[in-house]
Design a protein around this ligand. Structure first.
Ligand SMILES: C[S@@+](CC[C@H](N)C(=O)[O-])C[C@H]1O[C@@H](n2cnc3c(N)ncnc32)[C@H](O)[C@@H]1O
Length: 262
């Protein structure tokens, strides 16, 4: 089965849209309600009839974008809410889409994709987020092989999303709609490119460099480096050190430093 434009377009044409809630989903509505910065650039991928986009725009968010493979559900949105900016409705494939967003809202899009696309989904969502941007929303928490929708589990999601996102959490969703209660996880995956280095830690690197101490660095990925720190510098807003072995090392990737007292 090809889950392509024709598949989804036919589902809308034939009104076979069992996923459609007829209004914004409670978890996403609650999330939108607590956002205070109305200038956030928000993307809703596979947004369908776009109730969440309508709700956000009516609530004062002006930079709300929806992308969907088929135009058909957008017609429904525009007939319900003609004030929604047409230029923010993108007809196309999410995986071909380029842009930068502060928030991406997930609602029955991930589960609608061929499961073979899941790693690409995670990679592309990470790519579309601004630094510090977040992917949030609901994912199914039950095995469903015969989709769409396709299911999954917290273990699978933690492993998959953790490959690209530093901060991920999947918690049982407390405010799902009744038929989905107990079957959904609330996802937060934040893009964190760089964690600023604590001043005290930075002082330790500086001291070791000044006193020409031999240091043993253990990295987050398990690699180890031994040598003297020759230089501490900033490149692209990220702090680095250079060893006498010529290795250049990001400070926020160091897990532990031992210093020889020589
Ligand atoms: C199950 S529906 C969910 C629609 C909407 N999120 C909702 O909850 O009502 C999945 C939607 O994703 C869209 N879609 C599927 N693959 C897509 C892709 N690669 N890029 C953009 N949209 C896609 C489909 O056209 C469909 O509207």
């Amino acid at each position: 089965m090809d889950l392509d434009h024709d598949f989804w377009d036919a589902r809308y044409a034939q009104e076979r849209t069992g996923w459609d809630l007829g209004g914004p989903s409670t978890p996403l509505k609650t999330y939108i309600d607590q956002l205070t910065n109305k200038d956030l650039r928000i993307l809703i991928p596979g947004g369908g009839r776009s109730y969440e986009a309508e709700y956000a725009h009516r609530s004062g968010f002006t930079n709300v974008f929806v992308i969907d493979l088929t135009e058909r559900p957008f017609k429904d949105l525009l007939s319900r809410y003609p004030d929604f900016p047409v230029k923010n409705l993108i007809v196309g494939d999410l995986f071909e889409h380029e842009g930068t967003y502060d928030r991406i809202l997930e609602q029955t899009f991930f589960c609608a994709l061929d499961p073979a696309m899941r790693d690409r989904y995670v990679e592309h969502m990470h790519h579309l987020l601004a630094p510090q941007g977040k992917l949030v929303g609901v994912l199914f928490d039950e095995p469903m092989d015969d989709g769409p929708p396709f299911g999954g589990s917290k273990e699978e999601y933690v492993a998959r999303f953790g490959l690209h996102f530093k901060h991920v959490s999947f918690t049982p969703c407390y405010n799902s709609i009744t038929p989905r209660m107990g079957r959904e996880l609330w996802m937060t995956a934040q893009r964190v490119d760089h964690i600023p280095i604590d001043c005290n830690l930075y002082d330790r690197y500086e001291e070791a460099a000044t006193l020409k101490r031999t240091v043993h660095l253990t990295m987050q990925d398990g690699q180890r480096f031994t040598g003297r720190i020759m230089d501490l510098f900033v490149r692209d807003h990220i702090e680095w050190l250079r060893m006498d072995t010529e290795h250049e090392i990001r400070l926020d990737h160091i897990m532990e430093m031992e210093v020889d007292v020589n």
